[in-house]
Design a binder for this molecule. Sequence first.
Ligand SMILES: Nc1nc2c(ncn2[C@@H]2O[C@H](COP(=O)(O)OP(=O)(O)OP(=O)(O)O)[C@@H](O)[C@H]2O)c(=O)[nH]1
Ligand SMILES: [Mg+2]
Ligand SMILES: [Zn+2]
Length: 351
Amino acid sequence: MTLQELGYNTWFEEHAALQNTKGCAIARITAVDRGFCLVRDALREVPAELSGRMSFGIDSPEQLPCVGDWALVRHCNNDTFAIIVGLLPRRTFLRRRAPGAGAGCQMIAANIDLALIVQSCQFDFNPNRLERYLVMALDGGVEPLVLLTKTDLVPEEEVERKLGVLRALARGKAMSLSNVTGSGLDELRQLLAPGQTCCLLGSSGVGKTTLVNRLMGRDVFGTQTVSGTGEGRHTTTRRQLCTLQGGALLVDTPGMRELGIVGAEEGLEAGFEDIAALSAQCRYADCRHGNEPGCAVRAAIERGELARERFAHHLKLRKESEYNALSALDKRRKDKTFGRLVKAVKKHMRD
Ligand SMILES: Nc1nc2c(ncn2[C@@H]2O[C@H](COP(=O)(O)OP(=O)(O)OP(=O)(O)O)[C@@H](O)[C@H]2O)c(=O)[nH]1
Ligand SMILES: [Mg+2]
Ligand SMILES: [Zn+2]
């Protein structure tokens, strides 16, 4: 397999040329699981770990390698192991606020061309959640495509209705499929180009891994039935990049429990161009569309040209995004656990 077949292109080549790559090979991170990585190049896929020097320079979790990253590596132990000495810049990324009260942001995947946002016809259908995923994709510069799965479980009219709602939110970028009957799979296969990297996103139990297995043409990864109330069982536990039959690359991810959006300002704008256009006409440049005089957004709501619910939802996302951005910064400073880890590594280096 060539690096190009793994997704390497001129953009990365140009950025690699700016770094000191002497004595290094270029390889893609194909799996990450609690500090353990797999890296793959044209010849092999091997376990890898960060060089001491690289660990030393890391001061936020976002700088750690994530699946999809292009890394500079040195192979060792007869090419059975690799040391990661650097990362190329990320062309695109998917990230979220880390779950719970932990550290700031969490990178989900890097260098993704297409985010496959999965919702299921049964139990999981949720337009608001879709909007959040869309914002996440736009924030990281990733093109979104929505997949509505399990169409075999509900009547056709219901599939059409739900697909219509998702399609409207995703500006036409939505399709439906069934992993059981196989309907819709060929249309999806045709969309996935060789060398293109896609990443599955969505709740636990919606059928992400089942879809990977279908697209790989064999059952490579484990799946589990959902509970009677539709709760997924969090079967997939690590992010992993696999190669599909048609030559596209696909990252499977564990279903997300909690979806925090970080620094999503740009993505937020892109998802709400109507509101952005109106804001440009407000009297004050920093209008928050509250009680400010000359507010074009409120005027549009009063004229019935902008739905009140849409604006309310925008406000909610904006608040969330601002809050997350703040707390991420705060937490990065305060994140003792991570600080301790870095200290331990540095000490280890000196000893
Ligand atoms: N009826 C039906 N069942 C499906 C379909 N796709 C997946 N399933 C079933 O849904 C259950 C969950 O599928 P998984 O592929 O494990 O779901 P997942 O999204 O990978 O879940 P996590 O790994 O927990 O995030 C399994 O029992 C699958 O067989 C489908 O199109 N139709
Ligand atoms: Mg899974
Ligand atoms: Zn305003």
